[in-house]
Write a protein that binds this ligand. Structure first.
Ligand code: FCB
Length: 486
């Protein structure tokens, strides 16, 4: 900008403010007025953070743990960007007390972690391994002793390898049955202290990436019909787990799924586009969220699949659609910007321009409005009693500055904007009762290895030292005020 222009421009601005601002705004008059302007969350809103077993625990050969498909996959050359695996990861298995200290220092009241199925049933079914479950007993007791409520996820992608080898993993409904048995076993033993269980984490993701596109474990590229059957077995596994938890866990135990919902946003906020986005949300999530919440596949889903549609019975649909207590949605990028269309199915998906901004991870497009639209649309389409944001967060460069600190300003920008939008949805009545920030600390980010850092705490994977990033202060401040903004 030429110097001449900017001087003139500044003078104009100065004149304008001289003319227009005869009285100073509320925030300039008293500090108390600042607080009134923050975007407040309702009393009792649950602030939490999240991790998963394979990404942090390490200790893959200890206390009788069986192999998981992610052990095999990460040890296969060429699968992980930085050629690492999670054999050691954050060594959380041995350092969990220190890590609970980090959770406490954040000020959160809830912690979402996952249980490694191959620790509890090394072969996925058959003989259990009480030593494996003991780790979670120790972790849960430590959390409770520190006033942190445990939210346990039963499956965060680490399928026992033995099930993959013997029955083809989720290609067989025997895996769905085994998952139900495992869910009953765990909930029977932990529900005296764990009141909330998530069944599956991001089924949509592990089905497509693991069994359809060979990107994630177990690395298969199945044809559409078989892939649809895998997805069906997975939702059946969810239903059987819900059933088992109702049968085995203490009365009052709460259960739900945690899905990486196909996040739809109206391209332009017209009533027609909003209506089209409701239709899109229902149809683009019909294979997982829809069938679990409605107990049926939509007509459009089945017509579209045609001869590749999954095979199922009415009894299975009943199990899959068993009532749950909450819906967990993981919110990251906006996935579909929707425009209305006269012809069936009533919506179109607008293409993304190449210039659409993203965070450090290329896949993580920035769309704070996703945190508004997803809860609003889920509430409208399926009317659940309770929604949890089971994950939200971002990667960042996270370099250590000269003064030894990590100024993750982009993460703070991301969180601030997403939370303002979430607050808007809650203020309008969407029944969101809690939020779990992904993640407590940097960890093994699947195919990206340790290159993509999502933590509030930075981890040095050589020394295992954890240091708080600036976003720890940001999040603690949000939690203390139960509000975002000042
Ligand atoms: C989600 C996963 C979680 C983590 C974040 C960044 O899809 O559930 O394990 O990888 O993305």
């Amino acid at each position: 900008m030429p110097a001449e222009f900017s001087r003139r421009h500044l003078m104009q601005l100065a004149c304008l403010s001289g003319v227009g601002m005869t009285t100073s705004p509320a925030w300039a008059q008293s500090p108390a007025a600042d607080i009134g302007r923050a975007a407040r969350f309702p009393p009792g809103f649950i602030w939490g953070t999240a991790t998963s077993a394979y990404q942090i625990e390490g200790a893959v050969n200890e206390d009788g743990r069986g192999l998981s498909i992610w052990d095999t996959f990460s040890h296969t050359p060429g699968k992980i960007a930085d050629h690492t695996n999670a054999d050691r990861a954050n060594d959380h298995y041995h350092r969990f007390k220190e890590d609970v200290g980090l959770i406490k220092a954040l000020g959160v009241k809830a912690y979402r972690f996952s249980i490694a199925w191959p620790r509890v049933f090394p072969d996925g079914d058959g003989q259990s391994n009480p030593k494996g479950l003991d780790f979670y007993n120790r972790l849960i007791d430590e959390l409770l002793a520190n006033g942190i409520e445990p939210f346990a996820t039963l499956y965060h992608w680490d399928l026992p390898q033995s099930l993959q080898d013997r029955v083809g993993g989720w290609r067989s409904s025997k895996t769905s049955q085994a998952f139900g048995t495992y869910a009953g076993y765990v909930s029977e033993r932990l529900s005296d202290r764990v009141r909330n269980f998530f069944t599956l984490n991001e089924p949509g993701r592990f089905v497509n990436f693991g069994y359809g596109w060979a990107i994630d474990a177990p690395g298969l590229k199945l044809p559409t019909g078989e892939l649809n059957q895998v997805r069906h077995n997975v939702v059946l596994g969810h239903g059987l787990a819900v059933q088992a938890i109702r049968a085995k866990a203490r009365a009052g135990t709460r259960v739900g799924i945690a899905e990486n919902i196909a996040a739809c946003v109206p391209a332009v906020d017209t009533p027609e586009n909003v209506r089209a986005t409701e239709i899109a949300t229902r149809e683009l999530n019909a294979g997982i969220l829809g069938v679990t919440l409605e107990g049926k596949y939509t007509d459009h889903f089945l017509e579209f699949a045609g001869k590749d549609a999954p095979k199922f019975t009415a009894d299975e649909l009943k199990i899959i659609g068993a009532p749950t207590d909450f819906v967990g949605v993981n919110i990251y990028a906006p996935q579909f910007y929707i425009v209305a269309k006269d012809k069936a199915p009533g919506f179109d998906v607008a293409p993304f321009p190449a210039s659409f901004p993203h965070m450090k991870s290329e896949w993580l497009r920035i769309g704070p409005e996703t945190a508004y639209w997803v809860p609003r649309l889920v509430a409208k389409v399926w009317k659940p009693d309770t929604i949890y944001i089971s994950e939200n967060g971002t990667s960042s460069e996270d370099k250590i500055a000269a003064d030894g600190k990590v100024y993750d300003l982009d993460r703070i920008m991301f969180l601030r904007n997403y939370l303002v939008q979430l607050q808007r949805a809650v203020a309008e009545g969407a029944p969101v009762r809690g939020y779990f920030l992904w993640s407590l600390m940097d960890n093994f980010e699947w195919i990206f290895g340790f290159e993509q850092r999502f933590g509030l705490y930075r981890v040095d994977f050589e020394t295992q030292q954890r240091i708080p990033k600036l976003s720890v202060s940001f999040y603690r401040n949000v939690i203390e005020k139960n509000a975002v903004g000042a």
